[in-house]
Design a protein around this ligand. Sequence first.
Ligand SMILES: NC(=O)c1ccc[n+]([C@@H]2O[C@H](COP(=O)([O-])OP(=O)(O)OC[C@H]3O[C@@H](n4cnc5c(N)ncnc54)[C@H](O)[C@@H]3O)[C@@H](O)[C@H]2O)c1
Length: 368
Amino acid sequence: MSVPNQQMLTVSLPMDRADRSYPIHIGSGVLCDREQWLAILGNRAVCVVTNETIAQHYLEPLVDAIQGDRQLTSIIIPDGEEHKHMATVSHVLTQALENKHERSTVFIALGGGVVGDITGFAAACFLRGADFVQVPTTLLAQVDSSVGGKTGVNHPMGKNLIGAFHQPRAVVIDLKTLDSLPEREYAAGIAEVIKYGLIADADFFRELVKHRQRLRARDPDLLRQVVARCCQIKADVVGRDEREAGIRATLNYGHTFGHAIEKVSGYGEWLHGEAVACGMVMATRLSILRGSVKQDTLDALLTFLDAFDLPCKPPAVMSLDDFLQAMSGDKKVIDGRIRFIVLQSLGDALTVDDVFRDDLAKVIEACR
Ligand SMILES: NC(=O)c1ccc[n+]([C@@H]2O[C@H](COP(=O)([O-])OP(=O)(O)OC[C@H]3O[C@@H](n4cnc5c(N)ncnc54)[C@H](O)[C@@H]3O)[C@@H](O)[C@H]2O)c1
């Protein structure tokens, strides 16, 4: 049975990679849409990768929808960012090999950003590259990590240091999966949502701030529009700059500060989205310091984040040197200079590498 109220967007890659362009299906109940799965998978074999938490809710309905006559293996990995490392990738690859999968097998990542990043990377490595489909089940994964083809795992020396660009063949976003998402995880995803308004669409930012209570209540109509708008912005940016040579870096707004907070606090203490929320407050303060936006942008951002109980202050114990040390190991360092994303105006961001120690000291001081 096909599902009404479906929406389809496309990630259009440049001419020389046009064959890798892919659809994003958004709707309520699309996880169970047999016709859609048949169109995406044909009769190919499948490895569904998920974790123990998500499996309880969605593995059976997904398997029911795609089963048919195909070879199908379910691979369950442990839940948590602390398992996002090479050993888990290795486990996924071993399971696929032991079950005699071939390069034509399609991997399906059923879960949040952690499952998506691990599965995408495993698919990129499997027999030198297999296809995969993203089925994101957290808000963060739906609006951000499932689109764009960044895959990978953490290394003891830092987050996401091992990975590959590997675009999915399709993204299937079932908004109903958000019903079971815990409040804190939902709020973490909201941080990435408001990011799109800040960096790419001032009107969207204002609408989000205005409708923050409806968003908090997970109003389904509003959520559908919001997820679609975020995916549209991400798809446009990825289509213009797949490998992050330029504009794609602006999607990292707040992430230079956020990654430092995650690293110093110990991964898992702050959720990624929470660290990004605080990082965006810091990046917006930096933008004010550089004279590109005014206090009212920061006030609106703080009002919005407050409605979701998202953190706006870095840990009190984190000094300027803690930030600098953590940032210097980040992927955003080029030729020894730390790159920051700042706003040129509301809805428009750019990368800079001329931020001085004093500027950072002022930003941190202003957050206390
Ligand atoms: N590849 C990218 O472009 C990109 C972008 C942003 C973030 N990331 C990565 O994404 C990860 C964070 O992703 P996340 O925030 O989705 O976290 P996550 O994958 O850890 O999921 C959060 C928690 O929610 C549970 N969960 C997931 N869906 C659920 C559902 N529908 N109902 C109930 N529980 C559910 C998970 O089991 C987990 O416990 C980080 O590792 C980050 O580095 C990647």
